[in-house]
Every structure is written in C-alpha cells, then in structure tokens.
Design a protein around this ligand. Structure first.
Ligand code: ADE
Ligand code: ZN
Length: 324
C-alpha cells in the first residue's frame, strides 16, 4: 500500500502529545515572539539533538522546548499546525494529550493552554471537518498531590476535556500511585487512559487496568511479554494506542522487525497506530502506518487498525458511525 493510500484511510489519532508536535522552526518562531532564549544555536542544532537513548533522554529535551509556549495563541498555533498535517494524513478525529504541570511551572495557566488548544480544534473543525478533544495528562514522576491539585484546578471546566491520562518517566512510578486521582477524575465524568508498558513492565499494564480502571492503554507493548495479559486485553477488548516509530526512536524495541505489534494483533488485541511525539520521532501518523506496512501487514490489516482507532476513540457514537 502506498503512503498516499495509507493517508486516505479515515482514521483517528488517539496517542498524540500536542507538545510533541512542536517542530524546531515553530519552536524558534515562538521563542522570538515571546522573548525566550532556547539553549540551542538554531533549528539545525536542535534537530541534531533528536538522537535519543531512552525515554528520559527524550523527555529532557521535550520539556526544555516547552519553555517557548506561553500564550493561548501559541497553543492555538501549535494545535493548528498539527491538525493541518493530521488532516493531510487522513485523521478525521484527534484526541490531544497535553501536560499542564509543565506549563504551570513556566508560569502558564491551565486556562490559557486549554483555551488555545480548544480554539485550534474549533478552527480545524470549521476548516477540515475534523472532530477531537483534549486529554489532560498527569506527570507520573511529579508528586501525586500535584496531580490532584492540577485536576481540581480544572474541575470547573471538566466539560472542556475528554479525559485524563498519565505520562512521563514510567519506570519506578507505578500506576497505582494515582488511584485516588483517577477515581476523582471518574467522579468528574472524565474518560481514563494511561501510558503503561512502554518502558515499564507488563505488570504496570495490569495495574493500570485494575487500579486506575482505564479504558485504553497508551503503548502497552510490553504486555506482549505476558501471555495471560495479552489474552485478557483481547477478551476485554481494551485498545492499545501503539506508536511504532516512537518505540524505535526511544529504543523501547531494537527495531521495527522486533516490534510486538504483530503478536498483539494476531492475538486479537484492538491495536491502533499513532505518532506520540511526531516532531521528534521522524514521522506523523501516516509515516507510522507506512512503517507498519513495511513490516508485512496487509491492506486489510491496516484497514482494521484504522477502523480500530475510530472504534476506540471517545468520539460520540454518531460521529463514529459517520467515520466507519
Ligand atoms: N510524554 C511525551 N511522550 C511520552 C512518551 N512516549 N512516554 C511518556 N511520556 C511522554
Ligand atoms: Zn505518549
């Protein structure tokens, strides 16, 4: 299947950190606009640093670049530049993760972040007919109290969110730590997802299901190491939002040939293909589909994964029916 044909498949993107779509050119433009000095000589110097050993080495650069994002207009522009690319890749519905705790540490309010991102989504709806929403992520390597405080700070506008998620450095920060935070989010009517089994063990995937009661698992690839868990994911129809190019770039897998996507797919798990932090990992969602196609997935299998993404989305049933 050509990349063009892969682009034309109607799909949803369910695992996308909006801050991970910050291309170096936009980072420097925003730095100029906001009078922020980035610790890099220029666009090319920054791009040369996109060579990661693991998740943490990526996160260090990713959080540093977020310093240029200051105003609601910045977040609108960031969202729109992503949504335009996503539209070209056949994304009809996009659920955007964002990390408000990082922005708060830069003095940027949650309201500014959400207002800007929602404005970007609204414009993309008008221009491209896209739908989508926001998933607020808690940083699991910050104190639980900070997550709870962040959640309470948006409790009055929970209707502006689709749900909450859990991201950042995984190993040593097990899901169960955030049980009370996720219970409160559920009380606010929010949908629940969490990163688990990216670098962390399969046990974290099980823990995210059992203690946080998440509906989807972000990444989840290390679940493949536990046969009983794989069978349970398939049987309970828990979707995984898999990000193949991210897993290669962050060395979660040795290479695409070693990626457990095939094993998970063949076991009947509802897998979806996503781009995670595409500005940093060398490709947006169609490039991730192309990478999967290159590993021997058939056209029918790629169509199944695109349909999975729509089914696994938090779009209203009527919108899902339109897209399927
Ligand atoms: N934040 C942005 N990208 C992430 C990833 N791949 N894993 C955990 N946290 C993240
Ligand atoms: Zn992620």
């Amino acid at each position: 299947m050509t990349v063009e044909a892969l682009r034309s498949l109607p799909k949803a993107e369910l695992h996308l950190h909006i801050e991970g779509t910050l291309e170096p050119e936009l980072a420097f433009e925003l730095a100029r606009r906001n009078g922020v000095t980035l610790p890099f000589a220029g666009v090319e110097d920054l791009r040369l640093r996109y060579d990661f050993d693991d998740l943490q080495s990526f996160l260090d650069l990713y959080y540093a670049c977020m310093a240029v994002l200051r105003t609601a207009d910045d977040f609108r522009d960031l969202a729109l530049s992503y949504l335009e690319r996503a539209h070209a890749d056949g994304v009809r519905h996009a659920e955007l993760f964002f990390d408000p705790q990082v922005h708060a540490s830069n003095g940027v309010s949650g309201d500014a972040v959400m207002d800007g991102l929602l404005e970007g989504l609204r414009i993309a709806g008008e221009r491209f007919g896209m739908t989508g929403g926001l998933i607020l992520c808690f940083l699991r390597d910050l104190p639980v109290a900070s997550a709870m405080e962040t959640l309470e700070s948006v409790a009055g506008r929970a209707e502006d969110l689709l749900g909450v998620g859990l991201d950042s450095a995984e190993v040593g920060h097990p899901p169960a730590m955030f049980t009370d935070v996720f219970a409160r989010a559920a009380e606010l009517g929010l949908r629940l997802v969490a990163h688990a089994g990216e670098e962390g063990p399969a046990a974290y995937v099980r823990e995210a299901l059992d203690t946080l009661h998440v509906e989807r698992i972000d990444h989840g690839i290390r679940a493949a190491e536990d046969d009983a868990l794989v069978a349970e994911l398939a049987q309970r129809r828990v979707p995984l939002t898999v990000c193949p190019l991210s897993n290669v770039r962050l060395k979660a897998v040795a290479d695409l040939a070693a990626h457990p996507l095939r094993r998970l797919f063949d076991a009947g798990v509802i897998v979806t293909v996503n781009s995670d932090d595409p500005a940093y990992f060398g490709g947006y969602v169609a490039a991730n589909y192309a990478a999967v196609a290159g590993e021997g997935f058939t056209v029918d299998e790629l169509v199944t994964m695109a349909r999975n993404s729509i089914v696994a989305s938090f779009a209203p049933d009527q919108r899902k029916a339109e897209l399927l």
